[in-house]
Design a protein around this ligand. Structure first.
Ligand code: ADP
Length: 846
């Protein structure tokens, strides 16, 4: 209902009601007036009646008086008395009815007349009683009574006349008022009724319209409800408090909510207390008038299953104000599952195709490769891209092509459904590979579409077949005996095996192995079998019996092959070692002779060695005396005859002196070296810090001259050694480190120790010229030098002394070097055992 309509209705009703009210007031007043008039009218009627009654009473009184006058009997006075008694009351009533002063006067006049009449009557009655009839009749006949009576009649008629006039006037007034009242009432009522009718009509029309609208609305609502109910999506309408206003059956079913009726009015958040926070936010945003949607989301249903869904939140409005939200949810789980199943099946197909253990290919009817898997590429050594450029004819070995093409032709002609063949492909690297090919044809609309080829690499089998033949040949033609036994029974033997034992092959099949052993060897044979069970392979020399009872030595090489738990068999290689045994015996003889000779020679050599060492020592020792003389004379010549000698002679003498110095050094070194071999040495704990310090003091001059940078690591450990030999070793090593440095380079020497569990490595590292790896061993031998004396002076014995000295102290020596990158010499010496001290330990090296 619109406002204007309501106003119209209100105005209409107001006017109608006001008019009815006015009408009621006017009518009430008119009716009051009418009632007043009506009372006056009835008063008039009553007054007339009362006048008539008074007259009648007077007549009755006159009648009673005459009866008494005539009869003299008292009983005739009864009417007279009644009338007298009532007439006064009659007059009083008239007085009350007659209200106007004029009427009051007339009534008074009447009352007087009546009084006169009554007095006249009483007088006559008294006269009758007292004087008899005649005097009474005289009074009557005087007509006075009659005159009074006529006056009374006239007075009553006048009053009646006046009363009737008044009555007719009043009746007229009443009639007029009544008509006017009726008219006004009718008019106002009719107007009000018309107005009410109009209002009712309007209301009726409005009601009709409202009902139509309601009907339309209801129909629409029902249609909408049906639409929502049967919508194939989850659809729900909520109010601002997220209570269900409408919901689709799908929603109710999916979320197990019972029925639409039971869901309506419920709170969404009470039904789903575990809704994700971002959904609640989306609802709130919807309630602020925003639309939200999500193409893919997921939700765990109350029964725990995961649902994939697509949702949309839309606000709904009334008069521009958000009243709630609409929620559309589409269950896309099935779609997702189909997608994922499709993806999976596609992946499975690809995986099956690509990861198959056999080659698989789709081949066009013309032979070109359409699709190939990884295995096929592996088999034939082409990449997929390369292969897709080729046809199967291109890579089929020419000898096998015709057979294949023949099959293809038959298949295309529909004569065969499938074929399989073994053939060779030419691999990418030109080698051949045997494959087993199985082909079927896929047709679409009856037309050949492509072949499905399954390609299996059978090279190994082909090889195995070839190998098997080879093994058979080896078995058959082997020059040594070969047998296969299961348990202790021979299953197969080769001709050599049979021949060596003097049997035919057939005779030995099923023969117990123990039969080949002489009875006294049976025990051994059983032991061998037991060992074999453990070791699975053994080589064993024994004696075998021939068929004729003779024996021969054999070497058995037996391997147990366990194919399955209960089916072990043995491969026996049997070698006739008669010849070897004979040779061995001869060799043993000659060995014995040889060993004897060697020990004799060794003793001789040791003797010679010792003689040589003592010879070296004595020679060196003895050479010193003439050398001293040479040096002395050379010095004398230089000192005493220098003025007499020319320059050439001078240079000769210098050469002699230098050679003598060199020779002296050589002799000293040789003596040191041979002394090292000869001396009995004892080892004791030696502090390396101290030893290195002494060595540096001895090399002081060289260090100064070449301005050597020496770095010694602090806290060097204590080792088991011989002090003076160790000093000699370190002097030689540091001396070489200073000496074998390029002239332009300032020598740098680093000395440090490296601790190992039982020994110490002392490293002497230099920045010298380095040593080529091929020379690193020989420089430790006597007289081995890598340079001329002019380049780097020396005798070539220093490192030999180092090696001999270290060996005598139970240690080792070595070098790491390369030309141009310095040398790193190391010596390894035993550490001091934990409980020993300098004083108590004296160890002799072995
Ligand atoms: P020499 O008397 O020549 O020093 P050694 O026996 O001490 O004899 O050394 C033998 C040879 O080893 C040397 O002549 C030299 O060629 C080489 N040599 C030894 N030590 C070094 C080193 N630190 N750097 C380079 N070469 C070396």
């Amino acid at each position: 209902m619109t406002r204007s309509f309501v106003r119209q209705i209100n105005v209409g009703l107001g006017v109608a009601l006001s008019m009815l009210l006015l009408n009621a007031v006017i009518s009430y007043r008119n009716i009051l007036k009418l009632i007043g008039d009506e009372r006056l009218v009835s008063q008039s009627y009553q007054a007339i009646a009362e006048l008539e009654a008074s007259l009648s009473l007077l007549k009755d009184a006159e009648t009673g008086q005459r009866g008494y006058l005539l009869t003299g009997k008292e009983r005739y006075l009864e009417p007279y008395k009644n009338s007298v008694a009532r007439i006064n009351q009659q007059i009083q009533t008239l007085r009350q009815l007659q209200v106007s002063p004029n009427q009051q006067k007339q009534i008074q006049a009447l009352e007087r007349l009546i009084g006169q009449k009554l007095a006249e009557l009483d007088q006559t009655i008294q006269v009758r009683r007292t004087r008899g009839l005649n005097p009474a009749l005289q009074i009557v006949q005087s007509d006075r009574g009659k005159q009074i009576m006529d006056n009374i009649r006239r007075q009553i008629a006048a009053i009646e006349q006046q009363e009737k006039q008044q009555l007719s006037q009043r009746l007229e007034d009443t009639q007029r008022k009544f008509s006017s009242t009726l008219f006004t009432f009718t008019l106002v009522t009719a107007t009000s009724l018309v107005l009410l009718g109009l209002v009712a009509l309007t209301l009726w029309q409005n009601e009709v319209q409202r009902r139509q609208a309601e009907q339309t609305l209801k129909e629409r609502e029902e249609r909408l409800q049906l639409f929502v109910e049967y919508a194939p999506v989850c659809l729900a309408m909520f109010d601002r408090n997220m209570r269900y206003l409408a919901v689709s059956q799908r929603w109710v079913d999916v979320y197990h909510l019972g029925s639409i009726e039971s869901t309506l009015g419920q709170s969404h958040y009470e039904l789903f207390p575990n809704l994700p926070e971002h959904w609640r936010q989306a609802h709130q945003q919807g309630l602020t008038g925003q639309s939200k949607k999500c193409e893919e989301d997921h939700f765990f249903l109350p029964d725990g299953t995961e649902q994939y869904l697509q949702w949309e939140v839309q606000p709904w409005f009334n008069d521009g104000i958000v009243q709630g939200i609409l929620l559309f949810v589409e269950d896309i789980t099935a779609r997702k599952m189909i997608e994922s199943a499709l993806r999976e099946s596609d992946q499975q197909f690809k995986a099956t195709f690509n990861q198959a253990a056999v080659g698989i290919a789709h081949v066009a009817p013309d032979g070109s490769w359409l699709r190939v898997n990884e295995k096929l590429c592996q088999i034939i050594g082409y990449t997929e891209e390369e292969l897709l450029q080729l046809t199967f004819q291109d890579i089929t070995y020419p000898d096998d092509l015709d057979k294949d093409l023949n099959y293809v032709r038959q298949m295309l002609a529909g004569e065969i459904q499938t074929y399989a063949m073994e053939k060779r492909y030419i691999r990418q690297n030109s080698s051949l590979v045997w494959i087993n090919l199985t082909v079927s044809l896929v047709r679409g609309d009856e037309q050949p579409e492509y072949f499905i080829s399954v390609i299996e690499d059978v090279s190994d089998r082909k090889l195995a077949e070839a190998d098997l033949q080879q093994y058979k040949d080896i078995f058959q033609f082997a020059e040594h005996g070969l047998a296969i036994s299961r348990g202790a029974i021979l299953e197969q033997v080769n001709p050599t095996f049979a021949q060596l034992h003097g049997y035919a092959v057939e005779e030995l099949i099923g023969c117990p192995i123990l039969d080949f052993y002489p009875p006294e060897m049976h025990e051994d044979a059983i032991q061998v079998v037991q060992q074999l069970d453990q070791a699975k392979h053994l080589t064993h020399e024994t004696i075998h019996l021939r068929k004729d009872g003779s024996v021969f030595p054999v070497l058995l090489d037996i391997t147990v092959v366990q194919e399955e738990p209960d089916s072990a068999y043995r491969i026996v290689n049997l070698f006739d070692i008669t010849e070897r045994k004979q040779t061995e015996t001869a060799l043993q003889q000659s060995n014995l002779t040889l060993e004897r000779r060697v020990s004799e020679r060794t003793a001789q050599l040791q003797e010679i060695n010792q003689e040589l060492e003592s010879f070296t020592y004595s020679v060196s020792h003895d050479l010193r005396a003439p050398l001293r003389i040479m040096q002395g004379f050379a010095q004398a010549l230089q000192e005493d005859y220098s003025t007499q000698l020319d320059d050439i002679a001078q240079s000769y003498i210098e050469s002699i002196a230098a050679s003598a110095v060199q020779m002296d050094q050589l002799i000293n070194d040789l003596l040191s070296y041979s002394r090292l071999s000869r001396t009995q040495i004892e080892l004791s704990p030696i502090d390396l810090n101290h030893v290195v310090e002494i060595a540096l003091q001895q090399l002081e001059t060289e260090i100064q001259e070449r301005q050597v940078i020496v770095a010694i690591a602090p806290n060097l450990p204590t080792v088991m050694a011989h002090r003076s030999i160790l000093v000699q070793v370190i002097v030689n090593l540091i001396g070489n480190a200073i000496k074998f440095v390029a002239p332009s380079v300032r020598p740098q020497v680093l000395v440090f120790a490296q601790m190992e569990p039982n020994q110490v490595y002392l490293w002497i590292v230099d920045n010298g010229i380095g040593i080529a790896p091929e020379h690193q061993k020989r420089i430790f031998r006597v007289f081995e030098r890598l340079h001329g004396v002019d380049t780097y002076p020396g005798t070539g014995i220093g490192l030999a002394i180092v090696q001999k000295g270290i060996e005598r102290m139970g240690g080792q020596v070595g070098v790491e070097s390369e030309i141009g990158s310095g040398s790193r010499f190391w010596i390894a010496l035993p550490l001091v055992p934990p409980a020993t001290t300098d004083s108590e330990t004296r160890i002799s090296p072995a």
